[in-house]
Write a protein that binds this ligand. Structure first.
Ligand code: PNS
Length: 161
């Protein structure tokens, strides 16, 4: 039996923590769809097409990973893909409360189950928001995101001054 999973998120932009979870999911599931939320109410640093491009270039070495965007409910995206499993990373207990709520809601409204991978300890402090803040304020983000993402973040802040 082939098992597929959806790894959803905002990915604004993808970090080494995200990559760790996607790589480990790809090693354990037959097929993984990275699903990037299109949130019309929140512009973010990168437009959706740029996020997709950065993720695709970052996961290019993983043959069984596909990268797509979605709007609306995650469970509707899962249904459209024919996938009944969400896979997410858990960094800390502080993540757990909200993630559990979402998992239970997705189970209820879409009969979609969620499995959690514990984030590798080296990335447990990492978030896209923190990386962006550090970069915006001139700090070093080297090693927290893939090199091509680091370049893209720098370019984005150079553009915006
Ligand atoms: O990277 P993030 O921002 O933590 O990802 C959150 C995401 C995209 C997984 C979550 O916000 C989501 O699933 N949004 C889609 C809308 C939806 O289905 N909402 C109901 C969740 S129970």
């Amino acid at each position: 039996m082939s098992v597929s999973a959806v790894c959803p998120g905002s990915f604004d932009p993808i970090t080494n923590g995200h990559l760790d979870v996607v790589e480990r999911a790809a090693a354990r599931f037959d097929h993984v769809v990275v699903a990037v939320l299109v949130n019309p109410g929140k512009a973010g640093l990168f437009p959706i097409d740029d996020r997709l491009d950065l993720i695709r270039r970052t996961v290019g070495h993983l043959d069984n990973v596909q990268v797509e965007s979605f709007e609306g409910l995650l469970v509707d995206f899962c249904r459209a893909q024919g996938i009944g499993l969400i896979c997410k990373g858990l960094r800390a207990v502080s993540d757990f409360e909200y993630e559990l709520q979402m998992a239970q809601m997705n189970q209820r409204i879409g009969d979609v189950e969620t499995v959690f991978l514990s984030t590798s300890p080296e990335w447990s402090y990492l978030s896209s928001s923190l990386v962006k803040e550090v970069a915006r304020l001139g700090g070093r983000i080297e090693g927290t995101v893939p090199p091509l993402v680091e370049q893209a973040i720098r370019a984005q802040f150079d553009r915006s001054g």
